[in-house]
Design a protein around this ligand. Structure first.
Ligand SMILES: Cc1cc2nc3c(=O)[nH]c(=O)nc-3n(C[C@H](O)[C@H](O)[C@H](O)COP(=O)(O)OP(=O)(O)OC[C@H]3O[C@@H](n4cnc5c(N)ncnc54)[C@H](O)[C@@H]3O)c2cc1C
Length: 433
């Protein structure tokens, strides 16, 4: 298959260099292409939440769409803690069966064990993630213009020009596909992104589900220098089942053991276990010739919490609009994809993702003592109320602007940055990107 892909590529290069467009070779290659290659308008790689939702958004067009998913079943393997802000209901039509629980309180625990509790209008959902992935697949699977190919793996793609038009030739584990557009919804290790020279930086994550008797109304976040790139979590699924997990950049198994021991939980008491990767950093470039990236492949993930679902659902709406515009104008250049997809994403979720990353950079430098101090400040001032009022799990900008004006926070931040001058350079770099 790889050889065929290579051969096609070479023939087309030769053809374009040396032969007039009306030559017999071109006609015969078009003949081969049109009859032997599966041809689609849009090929989406990855049949998880990003790929399925985008496919659903495009399902009312007449576009011929193929979704390629390497696993045999949609939604599996599960890789999510399933905690999502109530914005989810504003973005999608959310069936109540997908909501397993809601939490009223977020408990933030410092390395010393001291904590603050935040409660407010934000009452996040704990969702059945497998059901969410299946939701949009079920809605589109019988559409005559849409094909799902499960158990097929994307390998790479090449651009081929034919009759003044640029096409994407996609090599998979089974065949070669011709498509006008390619959308990379293939997660943190995206092969589409890699083909474009983009490599995500990822955190390792692990999670177990256990039966226990914690508070069903509380989601807990445990901060610690050992797992400074994110935190340890307890998320109540309902029916006294809890999702306990952690993500960090190294020593995950050891850190997770330490974390479970601190909670007095034996790993043997687990119902099941999940693992996965969480992209870490700023949002990638999203627009390329005939290609765009969406979801974890594009690092559309909050660096404060590792949550990606609200961001990618928001981005998917811009992506769907962009795809429609490309076909309407019969233009698939990087600039048109940038105009209708990357630019709107950057000016909305991109700005918020930057703030999440800035907060993460600060948190990574926090010593145990800094955690103590900031919790103390939050407790002794009215900041808890500020967080409840302005705190938004997904869009923290307004909260941050309120916080940095607070007279107790300013001296803390000044001292902290003087202690960590490198932060200035890091923050400047992020802000000017
Ligand atoms: C442990 C953990 C906990 C999390 N908890 C939360 C949370 O509580 N809240 C939240 O909002 N987010 C959470 N996230 C993040 C969230 O799960 C992701 O942001 C989201 O799943 C991204 O969706 P996606 O469709 O972009 O990518 P993915 O869900 O990673 O899906 C990518 C799909 O592409 C397929 N694929 C990959 N390569 C290929 C290939 N070469 N060919 C064909 N198919 C391919 C994969 O099989 C997969 O189905 C968590 C992540 C982890 C790992």
């Amino acid at each position: 298959m790889g050889f065929l892909f290579f051969l096609l590529d070479e023939i087309f290069k030769l053809n374009l260099k040396f032969l007039p467009k009306t030559s017999n070779l071109l006609i015969s290659l078009d003949f081969i292409m049109d009859r032997n290659l599966d041809t689609f308008d849009v090929c989406i790689i990855g049949g998880s939440i990003a790929g399925n939702y985008l496919c659903y958004l495009l399902s009312k067009t007449n576009l011929k769409i193929l979704v390629i998913e390497e696993h045999e079943k949609i939604g599996l393997p599960l890789q999510c803690a399933g905690i999502i802000s109530q914005k989810l209901k504003k973005i999608i039509d959310l069936p109540s069966k997908i909501i397993l629980n809601r939490v009223k309180i977020a408990k933030i625990v410092a390395p010393s064990g001291k904590f603050i509790k935040i409660s407010g209008d934000e009452r996040p959902y704990i969702i059945d993630r497998i059901a969410l992935d299946c939701l949009f697949f079920e809605k589109v699977k019988d559409n005559k213009n849409i094909q799902y190919s499960l158990g097929e793996k994307f390998k790479s793609f090449k651009y081929i020009k034919s009759n003044h038009q640029k096409f994407i030739f996609i090599e998979t584990s089974m065949r070669i596909i011709k498509s006008r557009m390619l959308i990379g919804c293939d997660g943190p290790l995206s092969s589409v992104a890699k083909t474009l020279g983009i490599h995500n930086r990822n955190l390792y994550a692990v999670q177990i589900r256990i039966k226990h008797q914690f508070n069903e109304n509380e989601a807990l976040m445990f901060f610690n220098q050992r797992w400074k790139e994110l935190f340890g979590w307890i998320v109540p699924e309902g029916n006294f089942i809890y999702r306990i997990g952690m993500a960090c950049s190294k020593n995950l198994a050891k850190n997770f053991r330490v974390f479970l021991n601190s909670l007095n939980i034996k790993k043997g008491s687990k119902i099941d276990q999940q693992g996965g990767l969480i992209p870490y950093g700023l949002m990638n470039n999203l627009a390329f010739e005939n290609v765009l990236l969406l979801g974890d492949s594009a690092c559309q993930v909050k660096a404060t919490t590792g949550g990606g679902i609200i961001m990618l659902l928001t981005a998917a709406k811009y992506a769907a609009n962009c795809v429609k515009k490309c076909f309407k104008h019969n233009k698939f250049s990087r600039s048109i994809i940038k105009k209708y997809y990357e630019t709107p994403c950057k000016s909305t979720i991109g700005k918020e993702l930057k703030i999440h990353y800035l907060i993460r950079i600060l948190l990574e430098k926090f010593t145990d003592n800094d955690f103590e101090k900031i919790l103390q400040i939050i407790k002794t001032s009215k900041i808890e109320n500020l967080i409840s009022l302005y705190g938004d799990m997904d869009f923290p900008k307004s909260l941050i602007f309120k916080l940095i004006k607070n007279p107790l926070v300013i001296p803390f931040l000044v001292k902290f940055t003087l202690k960590n001058p490198i932060i200035f350079i890091q923050l400047l770099k992020i802000l000017t990107k």
